[in-house]
Design a protein around this ligand. Sequence first.
Ligand code: PXL
Length: 281
Amino acid sequence: MLTPRVAAIHDMSGFGRCSLTVAIPILSAMGLQCCPLPTAFLSTHTGGFEGFTFLDMTDEIPKIARHWGSLDLDFRAIYSGFLGSERQIGMVTDFIRDFRRQDTIVVVDPVMGDHGAVYQTYTPAMCEGTARLALQADVITPNLTEAALLLGISYGDLPSGETGCREIVERLSLDGQRSVVLAGASSGPELTGAMCFDAKTGRTEAVQTRRVPQEFHGTGDVFTSVLTGALVQGASLPEATRRAVDFVRACAERTAAEALPMREGVDFEPLLGLLIHPAQN
Ligand code: PXL
């Protein structure tokens, strides 16, 4: 059987564990072929470092897409995340239009910010574009900051608690047309996880685990990479969300025990074995 392919449209940050340095190993461990389409190359991610380099790859994207098109590649998933410029929004939209087949799962992680703040390189026009790109998705995976931006409300005005998170995912579902997995949704003081609305069943479910009382960089990318991999493996949305929530918790527990600086991301590499697909052993 052909190893399923995932087109992963994210930046490559050389240090700090996020985007492609997370998506490639996670999808590979899950038995999937990750085909990276880099949006930018940075020396580090932008959260907590100063003086990072930023090589914009915008002009490469249509060339890569054209070459892949000439090879007739098909992808079981198209998974996009951090984008490098406003122009990339139209390019990623075109990529989805050109490569989407009947069984392709389109996951748009509407990466824009975290903890109530927008990332340094994300302009208001890029945030508007991200919302437009997210209209093409089968599944979106915002955190709370991104959910507020997509809803056009301020972070402080988000409805709170489990009921509030249910309301958020349902409002973001485009009348039930799009699945939404809200990352970082908490149903109680000792808990964290996600709230998911599944457009296939019309059901909203909280997927929770015990909270590790510390914040880490890059957990959104770890989360959505595992979720995407599990969906390609055939898991339902709530099952895929459970795998993602449990893996992020395992990473957070390990990283908290090692007291790594937040900006270095989660120490996920020694835990990749948890994701290995049984068929591969
Ligand atoms: O984890 C999201 C992300 C991805 N890529 C880059 C980032 C961030 C968040 O800060 O800076 C370059």
